[in-house]
Design a protein around this ligand. Structure first.
Ligand code: AMP
Ligand code: GLY
Length: 432
């Protein structure tokens, strides 16, 4: 029996959502595709509705009016605002956790408690609500320490502090609510972990889970991992540091017990659990949970999935994950983000963008901060403008494909890191 086509609404406007939209477009199940609010690239695939991601009422109304069968939620903010709960009340299925599940990202102290209670490896930490408690903990701490705002802070709520004074100042700023608003009212003090970071994405449906391709992100703005933290300047998949016995160990010591712990806490989690890991000399440890796909990790994970991604997401949402097929291509993928120079601080907007007429067989151009002007000119409209993914038989080939394509794109403020994949590429060709 052939299943009915699905009318799908994709919520979000970044490169991640463009990759999700592209994967949905390729699905034989795809009916009408909509996005809110989308971007200029997504608009080539989906009809875009001008509704912001935090306008839960607007999104639910639109999903009802447009007779949407399935909503795929990209970013964390609508998840934590309960979009999926509200859609369920309206009888509309969605990929992404309810607000209860989204708390695993929206409250770092909630997740830390869950990890520690279940003996899942993570950095030792203390939650504080006042600076006197922070001062007591800092008296016995080894430096550096990591100070984290409890709530969502768009990737900016983490400060590594070299000494007690800096840590105490950071805690006070967060508690005073000046630096991170309501997100900083509870603060986590955490042991500093050393090692290499890697990302593991799981599709989770209650107690069932499937492991998506491994990846590694590059969070710093500058080459050699220097400069300010960003949403991510590039990524690649697979991440060989997280393959083989290391992956087996992460699945058994972290992924499986985490999924069990979440279910045992009474959360029927249906969506993606993105586990940020630090691979320390003491073994892999959890840095954080995100309850959505990573950006730009998605731009290297989805092109490697051979199976029908829309079916996978739909089965996950309906608690039928065990039935879904997940086949991964052996090819490597590498994504380089083309940003507007200045990002993540001030940067220009409105620069006209020139794209190549075709991408060739080995690449994808995912739009993030792009818009079309009234006369149809494609212009920059955000800090991360485009994500260019190259595919190759190995990582060097994927990197070459990505940079070949990236070099055919121009806009005045274009900036990208030239060293995406450097850790793994350096291991492949050790320095003399
Ligand atoms: P988070 O949002 O918790 O993943 O933190 C953002 C970034 O801060 C991570 O990707 C790490 O680079 C860094 N970080 C967070 N926690 C720690 C830690 N305990 N030790 C060292 N670095 C950390
Ligand atoms: N690239 C990291 C994130 O999406 O949180």
């Amino acid at each position: 029996m052939k299943a009915d086509p699905l009318n799908v609404l994709i919520v979000g406007s970044g490169g991640r959502e463009h990759a999700l939209a592209e994967a949905c477009r390729r699905s034989p199940r795809a009916g009408r595709l909509l996005a809110a609010p989308g971007n200029a690239g997504i608009a080539a695939i989906c009809r875009c509705l001008p509704i912001a991601v935090d306008d839960v009422d607007g999104l639910v109304d639109a999903a009802e009016q447009e007779q949407v069968d399935f909503v795929v939620v990209g970013p964390e903010v609508p998840l934590s605002l309960g979009l999926v709960d509200r859609l369920a009340d309206a009888g509309i299925a969605a990929f992404g956790p309810t607000a209860a599940g989204a708390r695993l990202e929206a409250s770092k102290s909630f997740t830390k408690d869950l990890l520690l209670k279940n003996s899942i490896p993570t950095a030792g930490a203390r939650t504080v609500k006042d600076s006197a408690a922070a001062a007591r903990w800092l008296d016995q701490a080894a430096f550096p320490v990591v100070v984290k705002a409890d709530g969502l802070a768009a990737g900016k709520g983490v400060v590594i502090c070299a000494d007690r004074d800096e840590a105490l100042r950071t805690v006070r700023d967060m508690l005073a609510g000046t630096a991170f608003g309501a997100s900083g009212k509870t603060v986590l003090l955490e042991e500093f972990l050393e090692g290499e970071e890697a990302s593991l994405h799981l599709l989770v449906s209650g107690r069932d889970f499937k492991v998506l391709p491994t990846s590694q992100d590059h969070k710093r703005a500058g080459e050699g991992d220097t400069g300010l933290n960003t949403g991510g300047m590039g990524a690649y998949s697979p991440a060989p540091v997280l393959e083989g016995p290391m992956l087996d160990s992460v699945i058994e010591t972290i992924a499986r017990p985490s999924v069990e712990a979440i279910a045992s806490a009474g959360i029927d989690f249906r969506g993606v659990l993105f586990i940020g890991l630090m691979l320390t000399t003491d073994g892999p440890k959890v840095l954080e949970f995100n309850t959505r796909f990573g950006d730009p990790e998605t731009q290297v994970i989805l092109p490697r999935i051979q199976s029908d991604v829309l079916e996978l997401l739909h089965h996950t949402a309906h608690g039928r994950l065990a039935r879904a097929e997940l086949k991964v291509r052996p090819e490597h993928a590498l994504c380089v983000v083309l940003a507007a120079d200045g990002y993540p601080e001030a940067y220009p907007k409105g620069d006209p963008i020139t794209l190549p007429a075709t991408t060739g067989g080995d690449g994808f151009i995912y739009h993030a901060g792009t818009a079309a002007t009234a006369d149809g000119t494609l212009v920059t409209a955000g800090g991360r403008v485009l994500g260019v993914t190259g595919i190759g038989a190995d990582l060097p080939a994927a990197a070459a494909a990505a940079y070949r394509l990236a070099d055919r794109i121009s806009f005045a403020s274009k900036y990208c890191r030239r060293d995406i994949g450097h850790r793994e590429l350096g291991r492949l060709t050790p320095k003399p």
